[in-house]
Design a binder for this molecule. Structure first.
Ligand SMILES: *[C@@H]1O[C@H](CO)[C@@H](O)[C@H](O)[C@H]1NC(C)=O
Ligand SMILES: *[C@@H]1O[C@H](CO)[C@@H](O)[C@H](O)[C@H]1NC(C)=O
Ligand SMILES: *[C@@H]1O[C@H](CO)[C@@H](O)[C@H](O)[C@H]1NC(C)=O
Length: 653
């Protein structure tokens, strides 16, 4: 399951396996020591990483890219003083960049880690620095995923009771790498302390320093725990951010636990192992070449020269459809573990769903239809739409009277599929199903739109043909929607944005939209764990703000607030996307344009903002809407979707 997918990559992996078997390992090369292993001791991986020296040319290049991309970032000015309850994210972005520019680092890793920590600390999953050398190819795994459960009326932190079955899905080399450590006995243990502190305090610490992605601290608390989701087309379980962090910061973690069926408190030191998911390497030089050196798809391209589908780092669909999503290593294909089969629903899924991101069921009560929408990023854009139709048709045919939509760990995806689901449930008679939106009006953005107008470009994201006026007429290619710019004051700064406009999603709806809601909207409710990113957040906000839909959040820390929505932007651009916009507009030599990255990495950013339906002077990301319905997980529901849905249906309908 951890083998590269393309035949070419498999061949390379095979060849390097042979060569690593026969090449004499160099004692002085810490990367050779871990070469060919899937599971390594974290400090051994760190030693490999720290063998790459700090290089000021690389630092200056990476920071110049950050400086210039941040000019496009919709939320920059909000960070100077993040409004409550989001104060934890307050950051002076330009001061942080200046600090990093002025720091001498011991190694390339130390520089990248500092930059990574600062950008991740913005808690916006749309806006992340992923250095290819150190991220998205490794995951540090603890064989003790934690959950929060209510037992006898008290919420506590436990090692997931299903952890033995769950972790048994790793290849045997995982258990073998642990030097005899028996993790099976930890299943269901109650945790009394983690690293010498109260377990909920430690969870708060991980939520503040590791999780990122979500502006709301309460939502990040739920990222720390193990929880169910859809991945790889089936029901899956996340390790969570304590048991599956990105970096090799700890070799072991100390917990005081009461093992299941015992009463005595014991101290255990549980080992982490770094799981390698990248291309094969044999030593320091081949590790650098495969992961850290600039790759052919690191930077953007001029669409006039190569055509648009060659771009996007292997994800051609993102060209034609705007995306709002997060990127996590634990949902990468080949790195997702299934939910153990005993916890799958006992009712069968309804027929006809094929997108791999929607699983629908009718509960044993015969009245409740459940659509588990695990993501808005199917492999096939149209299949998502036909899945929704198949689910609703099946519900209606079987006499279902109410619909529960589960959004556990929905990482977002295509913006127009979020708006599609809203439109399908609410009916065509509501008109435009989205938000007012805009991009920033910086000088280079204005020049890019002008160039799109002059060259009549239609295949970029800046092209006016992607957007509509408020009457939902698509803009002509010669329309400059940057002018006149809209200037507001945010935290004392002049925040300059384009004119506001509408998304153009109905143009990509391939199924007929019912005029009226297929189910009364009062009979539709949402459940999840708040980990509902970007497009998922747009969808839930539309349902709650426009229709008063009930939205329930499970889990969290007792006594601490949780927003029902995760992090709401309106569109993210990967670094290569933005670079392609600049190159296609023939503006790469403009002093405001960022240079090509000289190493492998992706600095993505939130490019488009969605303005609240309730208050059109505020981005929905900053409108606090705590979940009105909060429920604790129990041993029967944390990993058992059908039990959770049955419970939720009783509470919400
Ligand atoms: C620093 O990195 C640049 C860009 O990759 C490279 O050309 C240069 O040789 C490196 N300097 C050293 C001292 O390795
Ligand atoms: C604890 O006891 C229950 C009931 O006898 C059993 O099902 C479970 O496997 C035990 N757990 C452990 C970790 O031994
Ligand atoms: C829609 O609005 C635009 C901009 O105000 C206007 O130019 C256009 O004529 C309108 N189209 C229709 C069909 O009303």
């Amino acid at each position: 399951m951890f083998f590269p997918r393309s035949p070419y990559a498999r061949l390379l992996a095979f060849l390097s396996l042979i060569s690593s078997t026969f090449a004499a390992p160099s004692a002085s090369d810490p990367c050779a020591k871990i070469a060919g292993q899937t599971f390594s001791v974290p400090s051994d991986v760190l030693a490999c990483w720290k063998s790459f020296p700090f290089n000021e040319t690389i630092r200056d290049n990476v920071l110049e890219v950050h400086q210039k991309v941040f000019n496009f970032y919709t939320f920059e000015d909000y960070y100077l003083n993040s409004p409550p309850p989001f104060q934890e994210s307050t950051t002076n972005i330009r001061a942080e960049l200046a600090r990093i520019q002025g720091t001498k680092y011991a190694t390339d890793y130390d520089f990248n880690r500092d930059l990574y920590n600062f950008v991740t600390g913005l808690n916006d999953g749309h806006t992340r620095w992923f250095p290819g050398c150190y991220t998205l190819i490794w995951q540090n795994i603890l064989p003790a995923p934690i959950v929060t459960l209510e037992v006898n009326g008290i919420q506590g932190v436990f090692i997931a009771p299903d952890s033995a079955e769950f972790l048994a899905q790793f290849p045997p080399s995982f258990a073998a790498s642990l030097n005899g450590f028996d993790f099976n006995r930890l299943a269901g243990a109650q945790i009394v302390e983690i690293q010498g502190t109260d377990p909920f305090n430690y969870v708060d610490f991980i939520a503040s320093t590791v999780s990122g992605n979500y502006l709301d601290h309460g939502v990040r608390v739920n990222s720390v725990f193990s929880s169910y989701r859809i991945a790889g087309g089936t029901l899956s379980q996340r390790l969570g951010d304590l048991a599956g962090p990105p970096f090799p910061d700890l070799d072991t973690i100390e917990m005081k636990v009461i093992l299941a069926n015992t009463t005595k408190i014991q101290t255990v030191n549980i080992p982490y192992r770094m799981d390698y998911l990248g291309p094969a390497f044999t030593d320091k030089n081949s590790y650098w070449a495969a992961n850290c050196a600039v790759q052919s798809d690191t930077n953007g391209v001029d669409f006039n020269a190569v055509g648009p589908t060659k771009n996007q780092g292997g994800a051609p669909a993102s060209k034609s459809h705007a995306k709002g999503n997060i990127i996590t290593v634990d949902s990468k294909p080949g790195n997702a573990l299934n939910l153990p089969p005993p916890f799958f629903p006992t009712v069968p899924p309804v027929d006809g769903t094929t997108s791999g991101v929607i699983l629908s069921y009718i509960l044993p009560d015969g009245k409740t239809g459940v659509m588990f929408v695990g993501s808005f990023e199917p492999n096939d854009f149209n299949a998502f739409q036909t899945d929704v139709v198949a689910s609703i048709n099946a519900f209606q045919a079987k006499g279902v009277t109410r619909v529960l939509i589960d959004l556990h760990n929905n990482g977002g995806g295509f913006v127009c599929l979020g708006l599609f689901l809203h439109q399908y449930l609410a009916g065509s008679k509501i008109g435009y199903p989205g938000f007012e939106t805009s991009v920033r009006g910086n000088q280079l953005a204005i020049e890019i739109v002008k160039a799109n107008n002059a060259m009549q470009i239609t295949d970029t994201f800046y092209s006016p043909v992607n957007w509509a006026f408020f009457n939902d007429t698509v803009m002509p290619v010669t329309h400059n929607y940057e002018f006149p710019v809209e200037t507001t004051k945010v935290n004392g700064q002049f925040d300059i944005n384009s004119q506001r406009f509408h998304d153009t999603c109905s143009e990509s709806f391939v199924v007929p939209i019912p005029e009226n809601p297929p189910f009364p909207l009062g009979k539709v409710a949402l459940v999840g764990n708040g980990n509902c990113a970007s497009t998922c957040s747009l969808f839930t906000t539309l349902m709650v703000e426009r229709h008063g839909t009930k939205a329930a959040v499970f889990g969290g820390k007792p006594g601490e607030q949780v927003e029902y929505k995760g992090m709401a932007g309106n569109q993210v651009l990967e670094w290569a996307d933005l670079d392609s916009e600049v190159k296609t507009a023939h503006l790469k030599s403009d002093p405001l344009a960022a240079p090509d990255l000289v190493i492998n990495g992706n600095f993505r950013h939130n490019w488009r903002i969605a303005w609240s339906f309730l208050d059109e002077s505020r981005p929905i990301a900053y409108v606090s809407e705590p979940a009105k319905f909060r429920f604790a997980y129990t041993k029967d529901t944390y990993n058992n979707p059908q039990n959770l849905w049955t419970f939720a249906a009783k509470q919400l309908f």
